[in-house]
Design a protein around this ligand. Structure first.
Ligand code: ASP
Length: 314
């Protein structure tokens, strides 16, 4: 059994947050991992584990998904999410939802009950509500950090001199992948997109094959980075195809996509992935990527930059 998560490749430089906040970021990563692991340890399927892990990250103000999501150009939130299980290849997604508290739960409901793969905007919110999911005012997603980031981005575009925008000011995402006790794989991704994005913009995160993919016997993957490039390169599916058709390992395929394909376009990118044997790979080409994993030894590993912390055993 394995679970691995990411909190986006747009990690701030260490000096920009007090140590106590970094501690809290790592604590929330560990909490997310433990939520997913509890499902796996109880014999649950990978798809339930990735959902449980992502809900914790959506509820944390530290990540660009759910509460704490990026703001659009119009200072509203439009959230995207998707989930896929690799046994039957079922998937569900929502995009540009504005009222659904946990978009990943709406994506799961779409997968289980709608007969569709992707529902959008107000109709997706209405669907989530009809499924009994918690609804909130759009302002629930807003945090002071996102308000400031939007102001900085818009001031920068207006020509004001502000400190150079970090990857974290611009975007971020959360995601999880898992392998359960029977070898089932699953992936889930949830995001607010990027700061100052145009209203109606849809990124890679809710698109199966772009930001999320899972296929038993091969891999599960959740991506982070400027979604337009991930869509154009079908990155999540390409990772799987490289392994399945070209015989690459998880590490070779992930390194190629993050350090060559995406880096070649000059964009910050990262992903978390797991293969059929339980190998985890979390490459990124930015300053840092919030991430973590629990593998067979039951140890909780969390990281935001290079160094990896052992947060104890489950
Ligand atoms: N992939 C996300 C999007 O484009 C953003 C990110 O991960 O940074 O919506």
């Amino acid at each position: 059994m394995v679970i691995a998560i990411h909190g986006g490749c747009g990690t701030l430089a260490r000096e920009l947050l007090p140590a106590a906040e970094w501690d809290e970021v790592r604590a929330h990563l560990a909490q997310s991992l433990r939520a997913g692991w509890a499902v796996l340890a109880a014999g649950g399927p990978a798809v339930d584990a990735v959902q449980a892990a992502v809900v914790v990250l959506e509820d944390s103000p530290h990540f660009n998904a759910g509460h704490g999501a990026a703001l659009t150009h119009e200072a509203t939130h439009e959230l995207d999410a998707s989930i896929m299980e690799g046994t039957q290849g079922r998937a569900g997604a929502v995009c540009t939802v504005r009222r659904t508290r946990n978009p990943i739960l709406a994506a799961r409901a779409v997968m289980e009950h709608s007969g569709c793969v992707l529902l959008s905007a107000e109709a997706a919110d209405r669907y989530a509500q009809a499924q009994g999911l918690a609804m909130v005012d759009n302002g629930y997603f807003t945090t002071p950090r996102r308000v400031k980031a939007l102001a900085d981005v818009q001031a920068g575009k207006a020509g004001a001199s502000i400190r150079p925008l970090s990857e974290a000011d611009r975007h971020g995402t959360v995601g999880a992948v898992a392998r359960d006790a029977r070898g089932g794989l699953a992936a889930a991704t949830s995001t607010g997109g990027f700061n100052d994005k145009p209203a109606g913009r849809v990124g890679d995160s809710p698109l199966i094959g772009a930001g999320t993919f899972a296929r038993d016997g091969v891999c599960a993957v959740s991506c982070t980075g400027m979604g337009e490039l991930f869509i154009r390169h079908a990155v999540a599916y390409d990772l799987c195809a490289r392994m399945q058709y070209a015989g690459q390992t998880l590490v070779e395929a992930g390194n190629h996509l993050v350090h060559q394909t995406m880096k070649g376009h000059g964009i910050g990118a990262g992903l978390v992935s797991v293969d059929a044997t339980g190998v985890v790979h979390a490459p990124f080409n930015t300053l840092g990527m919030a991430r973590g994993w629990i593998a067979a030894d039951g140890h909780v590993h969390v990281a935001t930059h290079e160094e990896v912390f052992d947060a104890g055993r489950c």
